[in-house]
Design a protein around this ligand. Structure first.
Ligand code: KIV
Ligand code: ZN
Length: 389
């Protein structure tokens, strides 16, 4: 493990792989709004879409390329001439354009989807990267379904892509099949078999079918990758992509122990997550890491008491670091006296001793009947209590 600090490039694919989630369809205005927010968030690369997929997608990628400054703007293309030309047409006005072309290297894809052969795949990889390179200096190549492919064959294809000028090599775990150690081992073998790989940026693109997308991405960077492809709120095909906010906060919280960081402005995370959730119509589950509404909420008495005494007793991150105002103490049947006293104090009632004891007893009776005790319940409880005194 390296002890020197190293930046990991954040490649955001919310607008491409993320938009491939069933039921999500963003128009150009919505895509632009998200892209501007991604630029404020400080991602390094925005994969804006798949220009050949539809006229609407082309228009959105072109608008983002023309209007969003800062990040590299990337368009996706299959390994064929029409896709690559269309992607270039859409991104050519960006200050920093990138063409991302991909082609499967697993036999299951080659035989059953491409209905082709390994030899043809090598030829297509050569021709498509050469074509993209003639148009654009910045070219990314992905061997799709790499983690189920033969590593030696994938290495051969990657060497061809590098010979033709690919600047980033992305190794997708397309179906979310790999495991952290296995993925790291696969990337280590690629470094061994493809000597020129060290001249390019190695990238990871992990799907979440087994819930391992962030863990696999992290294993990838420990093995030497310096670009992580991810999406806001973890949206994407099937179970989604690695969640950007999880990977970024993992490095923000623990990255110094491995000498790694990102350039993301973490205080923009909550705002970006809310925007993507609103425009895609995909709700965020309450217990979702980092951005779920419970991620900085405490319900049990022991935890609330601890957090009131010292935040770090039960928090490894500060809510303000992702752009929230503060953590929250949720009042329910597991809550204790300290949290009740604090909540009443926040409402302007300072009570102690016997009054607090009786209020606490009544509070528990209410909490047993309701999932959550609200400020209104507390107001009613305390005014009754003070009136009876
Ligand atoms: O999952 C995948 O393999 C992809 C490629 C297009 C990179 O999304
Ligand atoms: Zn993908």
């Amino acid at each position: 493990m390296s002890s020197t600090s190293d930046a990991v490039t954040i490649f955001d694919t919310t607008l491409r792989d993320g938009e491939q989630s069933p039921g999500i369809s963003l128009n150009t205005g919505e895509k632009l709004e998200i892209a501007h927010q991604l630029a404020r968030l400080g991602v390094d690369v925005i994969e804006a879409g798949f220009p050949i997929a539809s006229p609407g997608d082309f228009e959105a990628v072109e608008a983002i390329a023309r209007q969003v400054q800062g990040p590299v703007i990337c368009g996706l293309a299959r390994a064929n001439a029409a896709d690559i030309d269309r992607a270039w047409e859409a991104i050519r006005d960006s200050e920093r354009p990138r063409i991302h072309t991909f082609l499967s290297t697993s036999d299951i894809h080659i035989e059953h989807q491409l209905m082709s052969t390994r030899e043809d795949v090598k030829g297509l990889a050569r021709a498509s990267v050469a074509q993209a390179k003639a148009l654009c200096e910045d070219v990314e190549f992905s061997p799709m379904d790499a983690t189920r492919a033969d590593v030696e064959f994938t290495a051969e294809v990657l060497q061809i892509a590098l010979d033709e000028g690919a600047t980033t090599i992305n190794v997708p775990d397309t179906v979310g099949y790999t495991m952290p150690e296995e993925y790291a081992g696969f990337l280590t073998k690629l470094y061994e078999y493809v000597p020129d790989l060290r001249k390019a940026v190695l990238s990871v693109h992990c799907h979440n079918d087994l819930g391992l997308a962030v863990a696999n991405s992290f294993a990838g960077v420990l093995a030497g990758a310096r670009q992580v492809e991810c999406a806001i709120n973890g949206i994407g095909e099937r179970a989604g992509n690695a969640a950007l906010e999880e990977f970024v906060m993992l490095l923000h919280t623990r990255g110094s122990s491995v000498g790694l960081h990102t350039n993301v402005t973490t205080t923009e995370i909550a705002r970006t997550s809310r925007l993507v959730s609103r425009l895609t119509g995909y709700a965020v589950q309450p217990n979702k890491a980092i951005i779920g509404r419970n991620a900085f909420a405490h319900e049990s008495g022991i935890h609330q008491d601890g957090v009131l005494k010292h935040r770090e007793t039960y928090e490894i991150m500060d809510a303000t670091s992702i752009g929230l105002d503060a953590n929250s103490l949720v009042l329910g049947k597991h809550s204790g006296r300290a949290a009740l006293k604090q909540a009443l104090q926040d409402l302007g009632y300072t009570i102690d001793g016997a009054t607090l004891n009786t209020a606490f007893k009544k509070f528990k009776e209410i909490a047993d009947k309701k999932k959550q005790v609200t400020a209104m319940d507390l107001e009613a409880l305390v005014t009754d209590e003070l009136r009876d005194e």
